[in-house]
Design a protein around this ligand. Structure first.
Ligand code: ZN
Length: 248
């Protein structure tokens, strides 16, 4: 019974409560996002983006501040302030990395508020949301809509023609998952068809685990996006870019 309810909720989450954003912008967009967030993403990841003159989006769980996760040292409060001052976007990833498909509405709501309080205490703005594990239900999608400007999932897809702002798919940027040729082809396709590709990863180190990237891999994708003629924008700014194009 539980699994049937979950399946219905998943179906409803995919097909209802949509906020459709059409893409009619002059260029394609590539965004880079980091989940949880390991300290190395805030340091090396941010530095590589800045070296190319662009910025990224960091989806933070306040419950991971000063903790280690999968053997990775996580962010500190100070580094979150630095990211904001350097022009990066900070987003919510729940406080406790909650699986939003399995948790009930009240649990999710409490965990979202806890993360919002964490950001309020740091006096840092919070714009969007990324579902931990990319897992969402109809109820959690509605909650995301009530609290945030957008929500990102996983899904390993690029977006063409338009997207549901509360279920934005993203592509894993993990070491060894795709060849440079495949990544290059994906990015060139986004440039040609004026779509949107959101990457997500975790740590950025020379020896990443299975959910991280090397500085070289991240740098390669940023350079490819720029040379293909894509805009590289935070998720928040990419939405503004497509919204402006829709109005003009
Ligand atoms: Zn996560």
């Amino acid at each position: 019974m539980q699994s049937l309810i979950r399946r219905i909720s998943r179906f409803a989450a995919r097909h209802f409560a949509k906020s459709w954003l059409p893409f009619h912008a002059p260029r394609g967009v590539v965004s880079f996002s980091f989940d949880d967030v390991p300290l190395s993403a805030c340091e090396q990841g941010a530095a590589i983006l800045e070296k190319h003159g662009v910025r990224g989006t960091f989806f933070v769980c306040g419950g991971l501040t000063d903790q280690t996760e999968q053997g990775q040292q996580c962010h500190s409060e100070d580094i979150l302030r630095q990211l904001h001052l350097a022009g990066h976007e900070l987003g919510c990833h729940t406080f406790s990395h909650t699986h939003c498909e399995r948790a009930d509405r009240d649990q999710i709501q409490a965990d979202l508020l806890r993360n919002q309080d964490f950001f309020k205490r740091l006096q840092l703005p919070l714009s969007g949301f990324a579902f931990p594990f990319g897992a969402y239900s109809f109820a959690s999608k509605l909650l995301a809509k009530a609290h945030f400007g957008y929500a990102r999932i996983t899904g390993n897809r690029t977006m063409f023609d338009g997207a549901d702002v509360y279920a934005l798919p993203a592509m894993a940027l993990y070491e060894g998952r795709m060849t440079p040729q495949t990544l290059q082809a994906l990015i060139q396709d986004v440039a040609k068809r004026k779509g949107w590709l959101i990457f997500y990863t975790h740590e950025v180190t020379h020896q990443p685990g299975q959910w991280g990237a090397t500085p070289e891999l991240l740098g390669f994708c940023i350079a490819e996006a720029i040379s293909a003629g894509c805009e590289v924008k935070t998720i928040r700014d990419a939405i503004l870019y497509f919204e402006q194009a829709r109005r003009s």
